[in-house]
Design a protein around this ligand. Structure first.
Ligand SMILES: [Zn+2]
Length: 117
């Protein structure tokens, strides 16, 4: 393969445009972790102390200003919370892929032309 599409500047720019479009749709992202937990309550007579624990209750935890901040997620928002964390993972993938494309372009001495072509 003498002219691999992997390194064709025009194709690389097209890929980058597509990634940037996708990036702009990740508006709900949260850089955090989703988890669910079963717990016991303060009533000594409750059956949660005999193995039937309450839950699952869902939480999101995200580091803010160096500290973990945890919020409770009501059941109706669990899907959204999972999606939010997934969007952040996708963001990281896109950043990785754009980095690869830009390295290739720069490595070929390509300047920052418009993406129209
Ligand atoms: Zn209980």
């Amino acid at each position: 393969m003498t002219h691999s599409s992997k390194n064709n500047p025009r194709i690389l720019r097209q890929k980058r445009q597509k990634l940037l479009r996708e990036l702009s749709e990740l508006r709900d992202l949260i850089d955090g972790s989703f988890f669910e937990r079963y717990s016991t309550c303060s009533r000594p007579s409750c059956s949660c102390h005999k193995g039937k624990r309450h839950g699952p209750r869902a939480y999101l935890v995200a580091k803010r200003e160096g500290r973990p901040r945890q919020i409770y997620i009501p059941q109706r928002l669990v899907g959204q919370a999972r999606e939010a964390v997934g969007q952040h993972h996708r963001l990281l993938e896109i950043v990785d892929q754009i980095t690869e494309i830009n390295l290739r372009l720069m490595g070929k001495g390509e300047n920052n032309e418009s993406d129209d072509g």
